[in-house]
Design a binder for this molecule. Structure first.
Ligand code: SAM
Length: 220
């Protein structure tokens, strides 16, 4: 069995009883960065063989995990934070597992997209999750396409390096007066929701470089 286990997006308490039990019972845990995962696993006194599995892991790494699964072992896949496969590795391994008739079992838990959306105050019955926007030319094409026909809340992941640039660019496509929520440092000590128009929030981050820190979810 391949378990897809969601882990905290920061706060170590945000993990389910079931996730802790599964992680304690499996034969091995595939994870992105073994050092990051060790912090979580030792907090819960879980000591299992770790298999490094990240975005640059090629087919041979996937095949090794599949070998273990077909030999009858149970493996859990976790990522550095949140739900594996959501802007994180997972898809290739899951596809390969299914091709080999290996059962894939989700163990639900945190994801930044749902955490941000749930408290954003933005309409949340329908939403479009874009993950990280592409960095190259396709970015403009995508922004033009979604701005022309926006019917639901759009959720975007962003890093510290591009937050101001992305807010400024969103303001060009959606209009400076369009409402935005930027959820920053979710579940961390300095968690903040910045609400306002795109121009206001972009200006806030430009004028407060001290707040351009950590991890961001943009909702428009
Ligand atoms: N798999 C993760 C999930 O389920 O949300 C997402 C991993 S993705 C590599 C990392 C991005 O998720 C960050 O750049 C940020 O946009 C968002 N993110 C993750 N943790 C966050 C947090 N604590 N606060 C705000 N955004 C976060």
């Amino acid at each position: 069995m391949l378990y897809i286990v969601a882990t905290p997006i920061w706060n170590l308490e945000d993990i389910t009883y079931r996730a802790v039990r599964i992680l304690s019972e499996v034969d091995g845990i595939a994870c992105e960065d073994t050092r990051t995962s060790k912090t979580l696993l030792s907090h819960y006194d879980i000591h299992k063989p770790l298999i490094s599995y990240h975005s640059h892991s090629g087919k041979s790494k996937t095949d090794k995990i599949i070998e273990q699964l077909t030999s009858g072992k149970d493996i859990a896949l976790i990522s550095d934070a949140g739900t594996p496969g959501i802007s994180d590795p997972g898809f290739a391994l899951i596809q390969e597992a299914l091709l080999h008739d290996i059962e894939v079992c989700p163990i639900p838990g945190p994801s930044a997209v749902i955490t941000a959306l749930s408290a954003s105050g933005m309409p949340s019955h329908h939403f479009l999750y874009l993950g990280f926007l592409p960095v190259k030319k396709w970015r403009q094409t995508l922004l033009r396409r979604i701005s022309e026909n926006k019917t639901e809340t759009i959720v975007i992941y962003e890093s510290v390096h591009r937050i101001v640039k992305t807010l400024t660019q969103l303001s060009e496509y959606f209009g400076a007066d369009h409402q935005v929520v930027v959820a920053r440092e979710l579940t961390k000590k300095f968690e903040q929701f910045h609400r306002g128009t795109l121009s206001e929030v972009a200006l806030f981050f430009e004028e407060n470089p001290g707040k351009v820190k950590g991890e961001f979810v943009i909702l428009i």
